[in-house]
Structure formats: C-alpha cells, structure tokens
Write a protein that binds this ligand. Structure first.
Ligand SMILES: Nc1nc(SCCc2ccccc2)c2[nH]cnc2n1
Length: 160
C-alpha cells in the first residue's frame, strides 16, 4: 500500500568565489555536524522561495545576497517518512558583508579542491561537482536513516 506523500519546501544557498566556496558547520538541529550551504524553511508570507533563501543566508551567516541563481532541485526521501524534502539550491558570487558565526552555523571558506565531503551529507559528493562546474541539476535521493543512500537519480538540466 503506497503512502500518501507530502512535500516540504526548503532552501540551500552556496556562496562561490573563483576558487573557494563558503560552507557552514551546522551547530544544531537537522544536519548537525555537517558542513553545508546556508538555508532552511520558507516562511508563510515570503513572496518567493528565493526570498526565503536570502533570509536564511542573512540569519545564518550575516551575508546579504541581492540576487541568487537557481541551480538545482534535490528531493530527499527518508524510508518510513512520507514527507519528501524538496530542496531548492541557489548560488551567488556577489554578496555584501563578512561571514559571521550564528547560533546555527560556523562559516568557513573551502578551496574548491578541498571540499570536506567526509563531513557533509552523503549525497553532496554526487551533485556538488555539478555545481562546481557550473551546471544546473535535478536529483532524488532515497535515504535509510541519515547516512545511507539506498538509491538516487541525478541529471543535469539546461535551465530552471
Ligand atoms: N546538502 C544537503 N542538505 C540537506 S538539508 C538542506 C536544507 C536544509 C534543511 C533544514 C535545515 C537547513 C537546511 C540534505 N538533506 C539530505 N541530504 C542533504 N544534503
């Protein structure tokens, strides 16, 4: 018997300069202990998903990003959980401010040659290289628990 599935819209922002990417060490909550982009929920009342992404970026590391480029859509499904996380991924290379630690995140720049995949979500090693080479992508990852990917699909797309 299939379960009815619902979707939760979430955001993820990657700040990319020519040879380095800003990541945050998640200090608490979902994904604690992983380096990740900045993001989270979209609030009721936010006009667009992009607005939610900008808000989370500002809250989590103090950066203002006037414009974000949509680069990916990733669905994360966890065995036994009918709610699929639909993560909208954005990037930018233009921002204002100095990355600052928050209650949620401890920011750090990483050379694109030394992305800490061993301390990131296991799916990142699949799609992060597409982000680094400037591609747009769509993917679906089925997890058992939080560390094991049972199956996945990932494709490059022309545009969003
Ligand atoms: N890179 C990555 N990120 C996430 S959650 C990102 C969205 C989020 C959700 C909740 C709080 C803050 C941010 C993942 N989940 C499963 N694999 C994953 N990979």
């Amino acid at each position: 018997m299939c379960q009815a599935q619902s979707r939760k819209i979430l955001t993820l922002v990657l700040i990319r300069e020519s040879s380095r990417v800003l990541l945050g060490m998640k200090k608490r909550g979902f994904g604690k202990g992983n380096w990740n982009g900045f993001g989270g929920k979209v609030k009721v009342g936010e006009e667009t998903i992009e607005d939610g992404a900008k808000r989370e970026l500002l809250e989590e590391c103090g950066l203002v990003a006037p414009c974000l480029d949509k680069i990916g859509e990733l669905d994360f499904e966890f065995l036994g959980n009918p709610e699929i996380m639909e993560v909208h991924v954005f990037k930018t290379d233009s921002f204002e401010g100095i990355p600052a630690e928050s209650e949620e995140m401890h920011p750090r720049w990483f050379s694109i040659e030394r992305i800490p995949y061993h301390q990131m979500w296991p799916d990142d090693k699949y799609w992060f290289p597409l982000f680094l080479k400037g591609s747009c992508f769509k993917g679906h990852f089925l997890f058992e628990g939080f560390n094991k990917i049972i199956s996945h699909s990932l494709k490059e797309v022309e545009t969003f």
